[in-house]
Design a protein around this ligand. Sequence first.
Ligand code: G6P
Length: 365
Amino acid sequence: DSVDLGPYQHYMQKEIFEQPRAISDTLANIASFGPELFNATAQEWQKFDQVLILACGTSYYSACVAKYWIEDLAGIPTQVEIASEYRYRTSVPNPKTLIVVVSQSGETADTLAALRHAQSLGHELTLAICNVDSSAMVRETRWKFLTKAGTEIGVASTKAFTTQLVALYVLAISLAKRAGRITPEQEKSLLRELRHLPKALQAVLALEPQIIAWSTHFAKWENALFLGRGMHYPIALEGALKLKEISYIHAEAYPAGELKHGPLALVTEKMPVVTVAPKDELLEKLKSNMQEVKARGGKLYVFADHDTEIASSEGIQVIRLPEHYGNLSPILHVVPLQLLAYHTACALGTDVDKPRNLAKSVTVE
Ligand code: G6P
């Protein structure tokens, strides 16, 4: 990607709109799923029976989504840990663990140190999911999968995140195949669904004018809550992180089921509650969480799917995504949250691409 901004105002906006291309490139050489995509042999690929994913920041949230996918599709126990926590605690190493480091840069000090710590504990089965071919993590792991996001300049990660999700989904399907859980027909249809992502993303990006309309009001809030359930809980976390990073609005994300264990005390008519509400098996539960917010005067901003029966009314505004994407839904539902953070920050006039106090790559502890 060129450093030329083209029609965009900031690199972050350009990078949000590059996501269909980034995902298409990441998928370009994939004709089927399996160890070869990670540079592993079929024999080596049999050596682990659990997964531990280590990462920081936005990359950590992509790993959190992956836990839902890997356990659901492949049935392999999966843990996710913040790299700076793992490296300094006493853990119980099991050599039959696949250690995955997820990193845009491949140079984040804590993630690299966590990888080396795992190796020092005897872990030999290591995989990097990384956007930079020449990085330390790619050099120091046994197996690798390179995302093809291209250079990401905006400090707040966008296209690196969605391509990491694609890579982790490819890993989950590859592990499901290893477990004998998918037929050749299912494999083909899973690949077709992945290949449809760039087009589906374009349709989500077309929601930008509706999100701009929200952002001018949204910029007036001083705090925000983000809610999601299941594999969309990490998406709510990522939405809150994006908003904090670039607009400096204080934001927290909760799994919606936790609302009554604390955050409901914060809900008044001054609290916006951004809700990630895809049409999945948890939607009815999420709707009752939304009622709890509404009853206390909270202002709901809901991202729903096209055929979800949630209508805009007093205190509830709804933007609908054009399709329901099944397991791939987190990759689509994060995009309006990126746009909401971006346009809210623009409305506030912050330095979107270089937010205060933050660095693109944190190579010192
Ligand atoms: C910094 C960046 C974030 C990024 C995190 C991890 O905090 O500002 O955007 O998610 O580092 O970086 P990595 O390169 O390891 O993905």
